[in-house]
Design a protein around this ligand. Sequence first.
Ligand code: CTP
Length: 446
Amino acid sequence: MTKVITYGTFDLLHQGHINILKRAKELGDYLIVGVTSDHFDLERGKMNTIDNLMDRIEAVKRTGFADKIIVEEYQGQKIDDIQNYEVDIFAIGSDWEGKFDYLNEYCQVRYLPRTEGISSTKLREDKLNLRIGVIGTGSIAYRFVQEAQYVSGNTISIVYNTSISLAKDFCEKLNIKEYAKDLDEFLTKCDAVYIASPHYTHYYYAKRALESLKHVLCETPFVSSLEQAEELYALAKLNNLNLMVAHKTAYCPSFLHLISLLKSGVIGEIVDVNASITTLTDEKSDKLNSKLFGGSMIENSFFPLLPIFKLMGLNYENINFYSKMKNDVDIYTKGVIKYERSIASFQVGLGVKSEGNMVISGTRAYVYVPAPWWKTDFFEIRFEDINKNKKYFYPFEGEGLRYEIKDFISTIYSNKRRYLKLSKEETLAMVKVQEAYIKKENTYIL
Ligand code: CTP
């Protein structure tokens, strides 16, 4: 029996894929198809697949050519697969001519003619061209525009800032064609809105955008009250729009894997989570202006609350805050959250510096994530017996915003809102904590 193997992403399965699978199958009696995992695609810098792994596997299965489908998860796996499955022929499209000659050592390598005029990239471009309008022109918006270039299927179509000269400068620096004179014009020239304006304006812009039937990606901290957040989510649901909070950590590969590992019980029962994030900030900055929704809790608490809520759930018994104040605003806050059987705490600071790591303690081991844990590419699981310790490494490309942008776009196009990486309930719980703090509930001033 002649065994053939081929690999691909097989996103938006098209005629080119069908032809190559047919040709590969004809080379032998048994065809193995390796479909790249979402994680491996991200690692290779493919930030843009629309179909997720299960959908892509299903699509390959439906062609009827594959006798076996496997998932390609790591660099170097092809050699392992060829040996494990005792493969005779490795086949791939001619666009890869020469690239896999090194496999000749293990089996015969055949480059098959590629079908002209069609590719997943082209289909994605035809299918998706999300025109994203950007509100706000600060440093995070700047990074957002740069990172969006790494994700296909979008164009930054227009920019809005109440200061037209700032909008103009921003467009010139980043080579964006247009800035809007007013919000009405802005909203006619985009399909989705990224909100990176001052915190206290988020609610207004998000509401206007959703009312104008635009999808919304809103920077943290989202809005200042639960009522506002619930209203926005209801509006998004009513109009079948994607409303997402731009919480980059929630979309970052290492964080996602850390959470699923811990959920599977590797450190036993989780008893304590401690996460901290501090950024020394100029006193004159709006971030430290109490009248402008500033302060350490408002600015930074979305970050530590993410692992705490993901790992311990949303049903805590109480939360206490301990704050160091200056000019009416918290320059440092420690929060302690009590659950029935566990505890969590966090430190956030704009005027006090601390170590920005995260430690998650369990009954069998603990996890250490070094600073800056919120954009980490590494963590370690540490046991009593240090020989059992395990280190995990991940890609964290650029500023990391590309992961959330990819998810924002693919959620819109796949219309799948069931398994959001940051759910509405989690977001509402974070807003609720901020609101409790704004109302100074259980708050002790140091
Ligand atoms: N393929 C082909 N003809 C095409 C497109 C792809 O023969 N028009 C082949 C590739 O050479 C590869 C397999 O199909 O052997 C899977 O390729 P994949 O990368 O999934 O498809 P592309 O359409 O090339 O995807 P992308 O545009 O994202 O690179």
